[in-house]
Design a protein around this ligand. Structure first.
Ligand SMILES: Nc1nc2c(ncn2[C@@H]2O[C@H](COP(=O)(O)OP(=O)(O)O)[C@@H](O)[C@H]2O)c(=O)[nH]1
Ligand SMILES: [Mg+2]
Length: 329
């Protein structure tokens, strides 16, 4: 992807007016880690913070993309501008059919009030979390009132990605036993809203009761996550799901928690991106420096203990000296 005729000024201006070509180009540049994208987001950042971000997460195949499509239809009927970012390599949103399937998104793609983008799986220079954060900011600056962020719920990078959302919707379906176990064991963070999709499935009610009983163990919360049964393909209960998302937003705003949450989310995002970069830097440094690799060999040969190797590596790579651990000598 080239920069085309775009300059820092024209691209920022194009994004501001919500021009689809400018948005598409800006996000491609973001994905490629192009310096122009950094500059544009830098310039636009003071104007962001107006979009409300709804994270939609869950295992592959539960119907996240289908639900988002139905939710977009619902909120477009209220004439609200929408952005969709999908970080789901298994079922990307495309111009044609979704998954070669019935739900046609063509309407949404033609609708000037909607911008849909699947984040590519190809090499993200700065990692997917970084690219997603930047792309979200682009959509925010473009004046999208609502942004849906689809992620597959498993693994660390996805946790980072969803961490920026104002409201997190977990989508399950009958048969999502692993996710239910993860919720139960406290491995998966409790979301703000739960959709049990494919309610046409005979086991949907059982799933509902299971999830309900897990959540009932946790009575302390000020916000008790509502559970909604949905059918995304026919659009059943999508309005009810939207109402719950809106209730959660109203709760955050009423209690003054939205600003607090955003502050925490942004700090978490900065920390996650910085950690990711530090990790890549470290890996590269060890790869490039025979001295550092020698330390690892010494650990393997039991000539040097692991934490002494860590100290030396930290000193050499980050110039951190001794300030690197709780019990550093
Ligand atoms: N029966 C039924 N199928 C659904 C429902 N929602 C989605 N699907 C189908 O499930 C498959 C996966 O949907 P998709 O939205 O791509 O799931 P994702 O991987 O979570 O984004 C597709 O074939 C959809 O048509 C539903 O409510 N009921
Ligand atoms: Mg999907």
């Amino acid at each position: 992807m080239t920069r085309g005729d775009w300059t820092r000024e024209t691209l920022a201006a194009g994004v501001r007016t919500g021009d689809k070509r400018a948005l598409a180009r800006a996000i491609s540049l973001v994905e490629n880690g192009d310096g122009l994208a950094y500059d544009v987001v830098h310039d636009l950042y003071p104007e962001t913070g107006r979009a409300y971000t709804i994270g939609v997460t869950g295992p592959p195949g539960v119907g996240k993309s289908s639900l988002i499509s139905a939710l977009v239809r619902h909120v477009r009927a209220q004439d609200r501008s929408v952005g969709v970012l999908s970080v789901d390599p298994s079922s990307p949103f495309t111009q044609g059919a979704l998954l070669g399937d019935r739900i046609r998104l063509a309407d949404h793609f033609l609708d000037p009030g909607v911008f849909i983008r699947s984040m590519g799986t190809r090499g993200h220079l700065g990692g997917l979390a970084e690219a997603t954060l930047q792309a979200l900011l682009v959509l925010d600056a473009a004046g999208k009132e609502l942004v849906f962020l689809e992620t597959v719920g498993a693994g660390q990078s996805e946790v980072e990605v969803i961490g920026i959302a104002d409201t997190v919707v977990l989508v399950l379906m009958p048969g999502s036993g692993d996710s239910v176990q993860a919720l139960k064991a406290g491995i998966m963070e409790i979301p703000d809203v739960i959709a049990i999709n494919k309610m046409d499935h005979p086991a949907a009610k059982t799933m509902l009761n299971e999830v309900r009983s897990i959540l009932s163990l946790d009575r302390e919360r000020a916000w008790r996550p509502p559970i909604v049964l949905t059918e995304a393909v026919r659009g059943e209960n999508v309005d009810a799901l939207w109402d719950k998302i809106s209730d959660h937003r109203a709760f955050l705003e009423r209690e003054g928690l939205l600003e607090e949450r955003r502050r925490k989310n942004l700090a978490g995002e900065v920390f996650a991106v910085a950690s990711g970069r530090a990790k890549r830097h470290l890996e590269q440094a060890v790869e490039d420096d025979p001295e550092l690799r020698r330390l690892l060999d010494e650990v393997q040969r039991r000539e040097l203990d692991p934490l002494s190797a860590v100290r030396e590596i930290m000193e050499r790579v980050f110039k951190l000296g001794n300030a690197d651990g709780p019990n550093s000598r």
